[in-house]
Design a protein around this ligand. Sequence first.
Ligand code: HEM
Length: 155
Amino acid sequence: MVNYKVTTTVFGERPDFKEPRKILQELGRDGFGVMMDRFYDIVVESDIANFFPQDKEMLEKVKKHNTKFFVEACGGEKEYTQEVGHKDMVEMHKPFSIPEKARVEWLGCMKELLEEMDISDEAKQEFWDYCELFSKHMVNKPTNLEAHMSLADHR
Ligand code: HEM
């Protein structure tokens, strides 16, 4: 059984995470590419579709980059570093206003994907745990409560 837990982001925290290994070993590079294609099919049907380019060619580029990043994060060749040359995901996501709600929806897409895949539960769990923690780094818009509290600090 895979535990698809989602813990709440504390705005600004950068939790440690462990890069997964099993998923790429089980799928191989080609299978991993198929998985990422499917991820984006799910994303474009989701409530965060509006974050992503509507233009097919632009979306293909995002997909390609994201696939290379994940391959590298999962212990594969340094495909992303070689092609894009940097790896600061916090900076990369800054132009987009990403609240916790968008992160939770993104994780929902990932859960849907993993649930339909034929790999071991261990591989799914390891990948999920990485995504669950690493995605917290991408949250760059505080909730209203957090915004009120930070204002209150300055009053
Ligand atoms: C573990 C979590 C995540 C990882 C590893 C990740 C990684 C990436 C990577 C590698 C790219 C492509 C960067 C490039 O073109 O060089 C990308 C693009 C993007 N990501 Fe994420 N991401 C994550 C979570 C999220 C979340 C939660 C959102 C919220 C909606 C998001 C929104 C976006 C958007 C909008 C783009 C497209 C940028 C563009 O148009 O070029 N990401 N992400």
